[in-house]
Structure formats: C-alpha cells, structure tokens
Design a protein around this ligand. Structure first.
Ligand code: ZN
Length: 174
C-alpha cells in the first residue's frame, strides 16, 4: 500500500469528470487499498480517486464513529437512485481544500447503488453523515466541490486563501 499525493484546489484536474470502471480487477483493488491508506493518513472520512489524480469513478469512505473501529467502504461507479426532499446541513470540509469548512445543505437521505471491492452489485439506504459524505464524494466524480454550493463571495474567499497557503508551502519546500 502506498500513500498517494492528494491534489489541492485550484488543481484543474479536480474539475474533470471521472469515467466508469469497466472491470473490478486486482489493479482496481490495489488502487482502492492505496486510496484508503491515503485517506486514513490524511486523515479524512472520504476520498475520491480524482483527488489523487485518477479519473475513475471510485470512492473510499469510513464514517465509523470510533476511530479504533475501522469500517472501510469501497464504492465503485456509485449512483444516487433516490434523494429525499428534506435537507440536512453539515459543516463540510474536503481533503483537497485543507482547513476550510462551510455549512452545506444536502438531501438528508439517499439511496445508492454501486459495485463493492469485489465487483459485486450493492444497494444501500444512507442517512445522516453517511448520506452527506456519499453525496460529497459523488460530486467529486463529476468535478463538483462543496464550495460550489456557496455564494460567489464566500467561494472566492476560500479559493484565495487556499492559493495563498499553497504558494507559501511551495516557498518553504523550495
Ligand atoms: Zn472532498
């Protein structure tokens, strides 16, 4: 397992649309192992393949409440089949937008179909944090970031902050 580099806003790759996985083979499983290791290392509760620069519709997540009890989830080609009309709001963050958080409203429940680690078809009903996290990650597969739900002003502030931090970091590295 390798820890991969997470792409940071405003990397243009984050805006690309990921493509469906045709076959779940060993390469895809190795990729998911790397993604999970990268997510735990960050640490985060969800990571889409595009965040490590791979344009495949793959998401890994772990929304378990106790940190010592790991409950990894692997979602390949996830699709929302139903969304509730009722919204819930969470303070969202993103590994590609470090240290920035904003309250985002999304449907509080949704149903998802996907392929699991072994390529088996699965369907789940999600609610609460799981529903929010899945929707956030599926957005990544479509090039959408949580800041897109904010007003232009709020979004611009975050983009500016991140670009500034990124430049400072690069200066230190150089
Ligand atoms: Zn994210």
């Amino acid at each position: 397992m390798n820890i991969r580099k997470i792409l940071i806003l405003p990397d243009p790759v984050l805006r690309k649309k990921s493509l469906p996985v045709k076959k779940v083979d060993k390469d895809i499983q190795n990729l998911m192992d790397d993604m999970l290791a990268t997510m735990y290392d960050a640490p985060g509760i969800g990571l889409a393949a595009i965040q490590i620069g791979i344009l495949k519709r793959i998401v890994v997540m772990d929304v378990s409440k106790e940190p010592e009890k790991k409950e990894p989830m692997y979602l390949i080609n996830p699709e929302i089949t139903w969304k509730s009309n009722v919204n819930a709001s969470y303070e969202e963050g993103c590994l590609s937008i470090p240290n920035q958080f904003a309250k985002i409203e999304r449907p509080d429940k949704c149903n998802i179909k996907y392929l699991d680690y072994y390529g088996k078809k699965r369907e789940i009903k999600a609610e609460g944090l799981l529903a929010t996290c899945i929707q956030h990650e599926i957005d990544h597969l479509n090039g959408i970031l949580f800041i897109d739900y904010l007003s232009k002003l709020k979004k611009d502030i975050i983009v500016k902050k991140i670009s500034k931090n990124k430049k400072e970091l690069e200066r230190i590295v150089v």
